[in-house]
Structures are given as structure tokens and as C-alpha cells.
Design a protein. Structure first.
Length: 245
């Protein structure tokens, strides 16, 4: 049975992808900070729960020990946005936290699991980027910078792994309505979170991204999907969203 590690598996795209991969036949290591959530998910899909904060190297090393000597797929999904302050008034601590989870977290997990991915003979790394990692927008601030970091790291890694049996993909979603992304960005302010999706007929949902990731992972081993950008029909560009208000 192929194996997969999904970080940030406690909700949203991570949880949906863990379910989708399990349906596709993977044994999924569901990694996230919230024990109750990963244990419930792992029980539901017949996977393994691992409590892991991707920014804590000790916990990441323990995750790698739990996975063992061979791994087929790593989804670096843990991440997120904090705030929408313009650069001129940005909170440096918010930027540090975003860089830490999106970039350093991806680095730590990738570094720890790379030997197992190589050992599988046909490993795949999927990094969850964002349209924000390719197209800056006002107020995107630290999130835009962090996701550009994820995009750059993904490209660099593919170059460095050339000749070894590990594919490297970036999935770059635009507007995806999940339970927590916008709520976390606005520190739990539901009206600001809801405003992000106001009048948008059908934002993407976590299952749309899970479907794409599962498709990427299940291509023949010689096919590397470098980058996949996904947006809802209503979003022609980061700034160009059709709203029916
Ligand atoms: C989510 C897309 O537009 O909120 O990664 O930056 S956006």
C-alpha cells in the first residue's frame, strides 16, 4: 500500500486531501497540531495520527521516525495567512509567523522525509502554494512574500533533486472557501472572513484542491506536474472576481 504524509491535516485542504488519498488507496499519516482532530480523521480513513507542529524540529523528526524508511508522497499543506496590513504598517511578528509556518515548516518536513521519499524509488512532494505566491496583491504583505518563498523553494528543490526519483509539484490555489483560512487571517472575525467570499457564486472548496493533488500524485512516476494553478470560474485573476451582490 502506498504511503502519504499530509501536514495541516486537521482541517480544510489537508483533511480533504487525506480523505481523497485514502480513497485512492494510500495509507495516510495525518499530521497536525490538534490531537483530537487528527485522531478522528485517522480513525475515519484508516490512517495514522501524528501530532506535529511543522515549525518544531523535534516534532518533525519524530514524525519522520513514525513514517519509517520509505514514503511515497509528502503533501506540505500546513500554512496560512495572518492579516491584510499594507507593508507600510505591517506587523513584523505576523510576517515571522507566516514565514515560519509556510516556508520553514515546509523546509523542516521536506528535509526530514526526503531520505524516505528517495528510498521509495518513486517519491512525490507536493507543496501547497497559492496564487499569492505568483501574483502580489495589496494587503497580501507577508502572505504574498511567504508563498513566493514556497514557490521558489519548490523550483529550487526540483533542480537539486534532478536525477533522483522524487517529483516536485506546487499546487497554487486562488479563492478556496474553507472553514478556517479566512477566519485565521482575520483573527476569528467572521464578518471580515465572510466578506472575502461575498457574492461569489461558487468559490473552490477543499475537495476541489484534494482532487487535483490526488490526480497529480497518481500520474505515472515519470510525469512531473511542475505547477498547477486553480481558481474558481468567478475569479479571472487575484483582483478580478465576479460578485453577484
Ligand atoms: C489563498 C489565495 O487570494 O487569499 O491562498 O491569497 S489568496
Amino acid at each position: 500500500m502506498p504511503t502519504a504524509v499530509v501536514t495541516g491535516a486537521s482541517s480544510g485542504i489537508g483533511a480533504a486531501t487525506a480523505r481523497s488519498l485514502a480513497t485512492a488507496g494510500y495509507h495516510v499519516f495525518c499530521a497536525a497540531r490538534r490531537r483530537d482532530r487528527v485522531e478522528a480523521l485517522a480513525a475515519e480513513i484508516g490512517g495514522t495520527a501524528v501530532v506535529c507542529d511543522v515549525t518544531d524540529e523535534t516534532q518533525v523528526v519524530a514524525l519522520a521516525a513514525t513514517v519509517g524508511s520509505s514514503l511515497d508522497l509528502l503533501l506540505n499543506n500546513a500554512g496560512g495567512a495572518i492579516g491584510t496590513d499594507p507593508v507600510e504598517s505591517a506587523d513584523a511578528d505576523d510576517w515571522r509567523r507566516m514565514y515560519e509556518v509556510n516556508v520553514i515548516g515546509t523546509l523542516l518536513v521536506t528535509r526530514a522525509l526526503l531520505p524516505a521519499l528517495v528510498a521509495s524509488g518513486a517519491g512525490t512532494i507536493v507543496n501547497l502554494g497559492s496564487t499569492a505566491g505568483h501574483f502580489p496583491y495589496e494587503g497580501g504583505g507577508g502572505y504574498v512574500s511567504a508563498k513566493h518563498g514556497v514557490a521558489a523553494m519548490t523550483e529550487t528543490l526540483r533542480l537539486e533533486l534532478n536525477g533522483r526519483p522524487v517529483r516536485v509539484t506546487e499546487i497554487a490555489p486562488g479563492m478556496v472557501r474553507t472553514d478556517e483560512f479566512a477566519l485565521n487571517r482575520f483573527a476569528g472575525d467572521e464578518s471580515r472572513a465572510d466578506a472575502v467570499y461575498a457574492g461569489v457564486r461558487e468559490p473552490l472548496v477543499a475537495e476541489d484542491i484534494a482532487d487535483a493533488i490526488t490526480w497529480v500524485a497518481t500520474r505515472p512516476a515519470h510525469v512531473n506536474i511542475d505547477l498547477m494553478v486553480l481558481k474558481p470560474l468567478a475569479q479571472a485573476a487575484a483582483h478580478k472576481v465576479h460578485r453577484e451582490l
